[in-house]
Design a protein around this ligand. Structure first.
Ligand code: SF4
Length: 887
């Protein structure tokens, strides 16, 4: 029987249709996109379509643990309750904190927020969503008086001009990007502008790419505001009726962007391109500005958001089809967290501590004995308070701050110092669980039940379809157990997520009367069955709008005291630290196409490691030449805060003197790959969001080393590796490494021999390239292949991994082939470009050479690009290269 649920990865919030296997513990027998879901209409990207492979069977945390000992839930939750109570009695409520996640469900968030803010009495409830969209929240609130996303996904298809700022949606929000690409293909007159220092896959559909200097976004939008006036497209009537503060804002924009020449110099783009943008802006009513982490993760992220919003208010391009400022969230339930108050500067149900009468209103609704009275600590401040000993009990839920927060060395100090670190997770070995005193086994996607809200305010059910494994329990349940043990049974006596959802809905409507944007009061009395069957719907959902609300501010009324929107004058600010002689490179960070966050789930799926299998640093070829760095060579990145060792990827898609590093790899997967360890804890003063897209670093090639890989049934990291990376493969794992000291190779040999005693080594040294290949056999069965060489391009092969890890005895010829490294007839696909159909770069290049000279023809021949479409930009990049060679 099939069932519908929601993808747990990005903020697009795609619907997923699954069939549970006959034996439910075997997972799903099928998984496809949900045709009826308005976010994706049946399509899934490669991460979504491989959800079956990421159901968290490996390394699953199955029982509660206190100080390394398995305990019962009763013991664990009694222990936590007693420790929280003791600390609160001795040091006050602010000695406790929750650090939550955009991965948890709205119902989990609601209960955590209620316990902390209403019963323990602290607003120290923050979340990893702080790292993703906190600036967008404050930007909306400053302008609209509420945290309201005005637009929807259809607006992205209906607009005539789409300005994508600081977003590589092609990789980060693939299905939404495919919708945009399809709309543009249907209406080629629709213009797409990408504003991003990097030339990303998103530029594939761009009519104009402005590769601005990092951080220069606000200047572009101040320029557009000033140009709106110069080109007579200011909507005076709208401004008069519906806004405040226009004159001062325009004056400020005109000061910082007096003409195209000044802006061109400031932003590092040509005057012609700026004029083109301004002309399109001035002549296109239906315009959406689409922005994401590239705008938000900045020390002036809120200002950048308001610079964007100002332009839409000034032209009245908001609240109508195909128009508006659209912040897209990174996580599946960042929006749900915002709705319940899951940020330290929110109270609940889109009310703040500063909202008149809100504290008293929420207290009355919750019947809460200990209401927090003011904002709590935002993520960075929270971890600093932990290190300072002010926060003594920290409960981390479904997130990995040892990887994701900036300056991870500070996070490590904080966690080591903290008296009690509780971590709720479904994995037992993460960079963060290593510091937990108490581990609570959580439910992963497919087992947990509740709701999530996507980037267009659409609430969808995420359904618990598989039985919970071991002792794993829902986060809301664990919180309620602790609350009960603290004496708050009656306020936390929920029997199910349905009970929690109803209460959450009731609070949203409580004494609301249209004063607050977030209102789903129609669900206050939703039946259990109706909740189970709930179809995706966009809030607000009230008696007046029972089918939800596609678009906000259609009547020009906002949620400020006078119902008018606010213009905010924006002074253009530089990132807080600039490169200098010691730290000459600007470091940018972001996501890759096939991984999610810190790989706790996507790292389990070999297929998702085929596109990009190792952490890397993207370097402009000019800089690489100056530093004598070769492609794939190891490079040491240093900053004042830490160090990373990564493979070089030479690319003119980054600007000279700029480098890019993905955020995903952790200490579980690679030796020194955590990019956050290089980033300072600089934040936007208003939003508290870290400037994670701008740090300064130095680069040095790692020299005089040998590179190698090991495919073995016994993988072990040995002392002396300069670098290592575990790469998931179809048959197990491959270890890639680099070393200087031959001693570590001797030790590696011993480890292999100890795992399978009684074997013999065969060795072959290629006299031409000095590759040394050693194969270890036990009774004719290969147990390990070890290759070392002086150059960084390792000849890895799926065939070889299969030979070793399937552990079957080989014939003499097969043994020889293994030693030489290639079976006759084995196909080398090259790096995988199309993950859906496992089509490699070499296959595509061969097909192009044989005449398949378009994406469509390649799709027909190889299937590449015909499923989720995420690889189409990369396929296109291969096309002109070979055409040049052929001609
Ligand atoms: S775009 Fe991909 S990752 Fe994002 S929700 Fe859809 S299927 Fe999941």
């Amino acid at each position: 029987m099939s069932a519908l649920t929601t993808c747990p990865y990005c903020g697009v919030g795609c619907g997923v249709k699954v069939s549970v296997a006959e034996q439910p513990e075997n997972g799903f027998s099928s998984l496809t996109g949900d045709d009826s879901h308005p976010a994706n209409f049946g399509r899934l990207c490669v991460k979504g379509s491989n959800l079956k492979d990421t159901l968290v069977h490996e390394d699953r945390l199955l029982t509660p643990r206190v100080d390394g000992q398995d305990v019962s839930w009763q013991e664990a939750t009694d222990y936590i309750a007693e420790r929280i109570q003791r600390v609160v009695e001795q040091h006050g409520p602010d000695a406790f904190a929750f650090y939550l996640s955009g991965q948890i469900l709205t119902e989990d968030y609601y209960v955590a927020n209620k316990l902390a803010k209403g019963f323990i009495g602290t607003a120290n409830v923050d979340t990893n969503s702080r790292l993703c969209m906190a600036s967008a929240v404050v930007g909306y609130k400053r302008a609209f008086g509420s945290d309201t996303v005005p637009c929807n996904y259809e607006d992205l298809e209906k607009c005539d001009l789409l300005i994508m700022v600081g977003s590589n949606a092609a990789w980060t929000h693939p299905i939404l990007f495919q919708r945009i690409a399809a709309a543009k293909a249907k209406r080629p007159k629709m213009k797409v502008v990408v504003i991003d220092p990097r030339k990303t896959a998103t530029c594939d559909i761009a009519d104009l790419h402005l590769a601005i200097r990092p951080g220069a976004d606000a200047a572009i939008f101040n320029f557009l505001l000033a140009e709106s006036e110069r080109r007579f497209v200011i909507n005076g009537e709208y401004i008069k009726q519906h806004t405040n503060g226009f004159d001062a804002t325009l004056a400020s924009a005109q000061r910082s962007a007096p003409n195209a020449k000044t802006v061109s110099v400031h932003c590092g783009v040509s005057e012609e391109d700026l004029e083109r943008l301004a002309t399109w802006w001035a002549t296109t009513d239906k315009t959406v500005s689409f922005y994401s982490q590239g705008v938000n993760q900045s020390s002036s992220g809120v200002d950048k958001c308001n610079a964007i919003i100002n332009c839409h208010l000034a032209t009245g391009r908001i609240g109508q089809e195909g128009m508006g400022p659209f912040s897209i969230t990174g996580q599946p339930n960042a929006m749900g967290g915002r709705e319940v108050g899951g940020l330290a500067n929110q109270l609940a149900a889109h009310m703040d501590f500063a909202t008149p009468n809100a504290i008293e209103l929420v207290q009355r609704f919750w019947q809460a004995p200990n209401m927090a009275q003011e904002n709590g600590l935002k993520a960075i401040d929270m971890f600093q308070a932990v290190e300072q000993g002010k926060i003594k009990v920290l409960w981390i839920m479904s997130t990995n701050p040892m990887v994701s927060l900036p300056d991870t060395e500070q996070v490590r100090r904080a966690l080591e110092k903290c008296e009690l670190v509780i971590v709720s997770d479904c994995k037992q070995s993460t960079d963060t669980t290593a510091y937990a005193d108490v581990l609570l086994p959580a439910l992963p996607w497919s087992e947990k039940d509740g709701t999530v809200t996507n980037s267009e305010r659409r609430i969808s059910r995420q359904r618990g379809l598989l039985p919970a494994r071991g002792e794993a329990k829902a986060d809301w349940w664990a919180i309620c157990q602790v609350a009960g043990a603290m004496g708050y049974q009656s306020a936390f006596s929920y029997r199910s997520v349905h009970d929690i959802f109803r209460e959450h809905a009731a609070l949203s409507g409580f004494e609301n009367h249209g004063k607050r944007d977030f209102d789903i009061s129609l669900f206050s009395n939703i039946s259990e069955q109706a909740y189970q069957d709930l179809l995706p719907i966009q809030w607000p959902v009230t008696k007046e709008s029972p089918n939800g609300t596609a678009r906000m501010f259609t009547n020009g009324r906002f949620f400020t005291a006078d119902r008018k929107a606010n213009f905010i004058p924006i002074d253009v600010k530089e990132p807080q630290i600039a490169p200098d002689e010691d730290w000459p490179f600007v470091l940018n960070t972001g996501r890759v196409r096939d991984q999610w966050h810190t790989m706790t789930r996507t790292g389990d799926a070999a297929i998702l490691s085929r596109h990009i299998d190792q952490p890397y640093v993207e370097i402009h070829p000019q800089d690489a030449a100056a530093l004598s760095i070769a492609d794939h060579q190891l490079v040491r990145l240093t900053s004042l805060y830490g160090e990373a060792v990564l493979r070089a990827k030479l690319s003119d898609q980054v600007l000279p003197k700029n480098v890019f590093v993905p955020i995903h790899w952790t200490r579980q997967f690679a030796s020194q790959s955590v990019v956050s360890s290089l980033i300072p804890q600089i934040v936007d003063a208003l939003s508290g969001q870290p400037e994670s897209k701008h740090a300064v670093v130095n680069l040095q090639p790692v020299e005089n080393i040998r590179y190698g890989y090991l495919v073995s049934t016994a993988l072990e990291i040995v002392e002396g590796f300069e670098y290592w990376c575990r790469v998931p493969t179809d048959f197990g794992e491959r270890l890639e490494f680099a070393y200087q000291d031959e001693l570590c190779m001797a030790e590696l040999n011993l480890v292999i021999e100890a795992a399978s005693p009684g074997g013999e080594w065969l060795e072959y040294e290629n006299p031409i390239n000095q590759h040394v290949r050693r194969v270890y056999f036990v009774d004719g069965v290969p147990k390990a292949v070890l290759l070392t060489q002086a150059t960084p391009n390792l000849p890895v092969s799926n065939w070889l991994e299969e030979q070793v890890l399937q552990c079957e005895a080989l014939t003499a010829n097969e043994r020889l082939a293994l030693l030489v490294g290639r079976a006759s007839g084995a196909v080398d696909k090259g790096a995988i470009v199309c993950s859906c159909f496992q089509v490699g770069e070499k296959q595509i290049l061969q097909a192009i050479e044989s005449g398949q000279d378009s994406v469509a023809k390649l799709g027909e021949a190889l299937q590449c690009g015909t499923n989720c479409g995420s690889c189409i930009p990369e396929i296109k990049q291969l096309l002109p290269n070979i055409v040049e060679v052929v001609s």
